[in-house]
Design a protein around this ligand. Structure first.
Ligand SMILES: Nc1nc2c(ncn2[C@@H]2O[C@H](COP(=O)(O)OP(=O)(O)OP(=O)(O)O)[C@@H](O)[C@H]2O)c(=O)[nH]1
Ligand SMILES: [Mg+2]
Length: 189
């Protein structure tokens, strides 16, 4: 008989335009659900559409695991969705747009918030837009976040969210982290 499928819920977060919807669309096996709507307010100059509720996608991982990917809305006024998603998260991917240093502070606030709300969930930081010439190297982004890479236990990657290989590599790193923690817990108990 087929082993029951284990579901890992992954929250993909980051500031407006970091690439959350793109990240999920790039890898999802089902047509990802996006709730993008035309931006009508202060951010219309930045992006024509923005996610207003959440994104959802699904990826099979090995013979009996599936990842459910939930993308948070970027705008702060939709914050209530955040709490709902974080409470259920098995892992968190924080996306930071490497080409937009003025957004690093917003990303670092999201990082602190995610750590507070879901302290148990493994988290990693993926710097998106790393394919663009103006992208900052990851080593320069972390200090702007207030994180010292040598002290930090947080894995970091530079990615292009439109490239399936990069998104897969990010999710594999997160699943490995999740598996390590689960094993450590099992041994401790
Ligand atoms: N070159 C490049 N473009 C990217 C990358 N990630 C996202 N984009 C583009 O950046 C734009 C914004 O991406 P979205 O996926 O809509 O960003 P989001 O984080 O979902 O934005 P909100 O829902 O408004 O918060 C889109 O035009 C994407 O095609 C990347 O890594 N490299
Ligand atoms: Mg979006």
């Amino acid at each position: 008989m087929k082993a029951p499928e284990q579901i890992m819920r992954v929250v993909v977060t980051g500031p407006v335009g970091a690439g959350k919807t793109t990240f999920i669309k790039t890898i999802s096996e089902i047509e990802s659900i996006d709730t993008d709507r035309r931006a009508t307010d202060e951010m219309a100059h930045l992006k024509p559409t923005t996610t207003v509720a959440m994104d959802f996608g699904r990826v099979t991982f090995g013979p009996n695991m599936a990842l459910h990917l939930y993308g948070t809305p970027g705008q702060e006024r939709f914050n209530f969705m955040w709490d709902i998603l974080l409470r259920q998260a098995h892992g968190i991917v924080l996306l930071a747009p490497a080409h937009r240093p003025k957004d690093f502070f917003a990303a670092s606030r999201l990082l602190r918030y995610a750590r507070q709300r879901a302290p148990e969930a493994p988290l990693l930081i993926a710097a998106t837009h790393s394919d663009l010439p103006q992208a900052w190297p990851i080593a320069d982004i972390l200090p702007a976040f207030g994180i010292d890479a040598s002290e930090s236990q947080i894995p970091t990657l530079s990615i292009n969210a439109t490239a399936e290989r990069d998104v897969a590599r990010t999710l594999i790193a997160l699943v490995e982290r999740y598996a390590e923690r689960s094993n450590a817990k099992r041994i401790a108990s």
